[in-house]
Design a protein around this ligand. Structure first.
Ligand SMILES: Cc1ncc(COP(=O)(O)O)c(C=O)c1O
Length: 353
């Protein structure tokens, strides 16, 4: 073992991202919850019009152009917004700013695995509390830990459920540390927690353009919180953390709400359809408020299906984690992709019976 690194870095496992096939490969990619539709034409036009002069210079340090546009869309002051290189960067900055060895980071599981990786990187204490039956939030246990940071993904991945507002408010009002509500999938849900940011200075909401806005490759996420939290995060972030291209394209994308809403409507309709098809095949399907489904195949053969689908160039996500060993997380694709998936699964199940 090397001694180049801190002991906690040597000891920790790497975060394993969803498989990203080579550009141009003919794969039906339903493993990273990307949006199957292209980005807004207005955003693509903004990309075409990037001026070389903007690239010669350093970008705006705080992404003010994007903050201004997001502020108009969300109805919050622009100085309540922090912009990052994907929402992952905001999560990273939060952990670095708020935690150290001996401070606790707490969250219900199963959830986004990166929370653990970031905490281990910082050598802070990971406290994982399992969700109850039907993904009931273990609110009392989370509050009892009173971590320096409490993460709640809502809607959650991989379950797809939304945490009830009353539970989030209970946490916000009783925790002394920072409550991070990760709303990466909020564009596909009916509710959001924006109101809590206005009423609680310990709450930060994290959002992304990777899902609803079809811009996972651009890398742009943002946080919304009162200035008390943001001033600490601004000290820790890189000076020029969002590049000029990402800032310009994302500004055009968030301004084009009509396009995003139309894509989301299509995905929600496909979600209803796909849920029905899986149920007819005997799968258990969890109600989803996201652009993916958590499903449990009828014959406990999740790994088999994952591998066989992969052989047919259909990528879905399998998590070798407790509580998920018999399940798959499947991104909603276009109707055509979903049909190919369902047909492939039908054929595979008929062979295993
Ligand atoms: C719950 C959750 N939070 C955050 C992210 C990261 O998103 P981004 O692409 O903005 O870094 C993801 C990505 O899949 C996610 O599932």
């Amino acid at each position: 073992m090397s001694n180049f690194f801190r002991a906690n870095v040597d000891a920790m496992a790497s975060y394993v991202p969803g498989e990203q096939p080579k550009r141009g490969s003919q794969v039906i990619k339903l493993n990273s919850n990307e949006n199957p539709y292209p980005p807004s034409p207005t955003a693509l036009a903004a990309l075409q019009n990037i001026d070389g002069e903007w690239l010669r210079r350093y970008p705006e340090p705080f992404g003010d152009q994007f903050r201004h546009a997001a502020s108009q869309v969300l109805g919050v002051p622009s100085d309540w917004i922090i912009v990052g290189n994907g929402s992952d960067e905001i999560l990273n900055v939060l952990i670095r700013a708020c935690t150290e060895p001996g401070r606790k980071v707490v969250y219900p599981t199963p959830t986004y695995v990166l929370y653990r990786t970031l905490t281990e990187m910082q050598a802070a204490d990971v406290v994982e509390i399992p969700y109850g039956e039907d993904y009931k939030l273990p609110a009392a246990e989370l509050i009892a830990v009173d971590g320096a940071v409490t993460f709640i993904a809502s809607p959650n991945s991989p379950s797809g459920h939304v945490v009830p507002s009353a539970d989030l408010e209970k946490l916000a009002s009783q925790l002394s540390g920072v409550l991070v509500i990760d709303e990466a999938y909020v564009d596909f849900a009916e509710v959001d927690a924006l109101d809590l940011v206005k009423r609680y200075e310990n709450v930060i909401i994290i959002r992304t353009l990777s899902k609803g806005y079809s811009l996972a490759g651009l890398r742009l996420g943002f946080g919304i919180a009162q200035p008390k939290i943001l001033q600490g995060l601004f000290k820790v972030k890189d000076s020029y953390n969002i590049d000029a291209i990402a800032c310009t394209v994302a500004t055009a994308a968030i301004t084009d709400q009509a396009y995003k809403n139309a894509c989301v409507a299509k995905i929600k309709a496909s979600r209803t359809q796909l849920t029905r098809e899986f149920q007819q095949l005997g799968f258990q399907v969890w109600e989803s408020h996201t652009n993916f489904l958590l499903v449990q195949p009828p014959q406990g053969n999740a790994v088999y299906l994952y591998q066989k689908l992969k052989e047919q160039q259909i990528l879905v996500r399998y998590f070798p984690h407790p509580g998920l060993l018999d399940k798959l997380r499947i991104t909603i694709g276009t109707n055509e992709q979903n049909q190919i998936l369902v047909n492939a699964i039908k054929a595979l199940l008929s062979k295993t019976i």
